[in-house]
Design a protein around this ligand. Structure first.
Ligand SMILES: Cc1cc2nc3c(=O)[nH]c(=O)nc-3n(C[C@H](O)[C@H](O)[C@H](O)COP(=O)(O)O)c2cc1C
Length: 179
């Protein structure tokens, strides 16, 4: 496979992951940096993929600690691992948070029909200490926000007994690396 074909294959695999709940790339780890400069990593669901704009979307609660972190430090990394492909993909990206607008409205129309709506209507912010009384009162307004990650670099690693392979895709620069 040449590098251009590899880049296309990676994007089609990401598109498949967005559509297929069972795809191992559906739940990457999102790493950010907190206000003390410490790493923070957590699993998220890949919601939307656009190869034209080189963006990946994740839904979150606008009150969650990660949103504050991303507003201060927008540089993130998403790490995907697929046991079936034997591929790891480390995606460096610039994150942008949207709390309102047509994209958030469309996302909410979809999420509100699923059990996940409760997460975004909770009167408690993620990470709040549990308060039973408050917990009983659902909020009328949702707190869904979209994290749009614009890809700046991809580091692809393929594990194989025949020999590992590694490549970097950074804008129009594609190159093979030593694994
Ligand atoms: C499989 C899985 C998928 C998850 N997907 C999301 C998600 O799409 N968005 C999200 O905000 N949190 C998601 N979470 C919860 C986060 O991992 C995390 O616990 C939560 O968002 C709080 O993170 P924070 O305190 O760094 O903001 C998911 C957790 C798991 C285990």
């Amino acid at each position: 496979m040449d590098l251009a074909t590899l880049a296309n294959t990676i994007w089609s695999e990401l598109s498949r992951a967005q559509a297929d709940r069972e795809h191992p790339w559906r739940t990457p780890v999102l790493a950010s940096v907190d206000s003390e400069g410490l790493p923070q990593a957590r699993s998220v669901v890949l919601r939307k993929v656009c190869s034209d704009t080189q963006t990946l979307q994740i839904y979150t609660d606008s009150r969650s600690p990660k949103v504050k972190q991303l507003q201060t430090s927008a540089q993130i990394q998403l790490v995907f691992w697929s046991r079936s492909l034997n591929w790891q993909l480390r995606v460096s990206a610039q994150a942008k948070i949207s709390r309102r607008g047509p994209d958030v409205d469309a996302a909410w129309q979809q999420v509100k029909q699923s059990p996940a709506r409760q997460d975004y209507l909770s009167p408690l912010a993620p990470g709040d200490t549990l308060d039973t009384e408050l917990h009983k009162k659902p909020s009328n307004t949702h707190h869904l926000a979209i994290i749009s990650a614009t890809v700046t670099k991809m580091d692809w690693l393929s594990l194989s007994p025949a020999g590992h392979q590694r490549a970097e895709i950074s804008g129009n620069t594609l190159r093979w690396l030593s694994p």
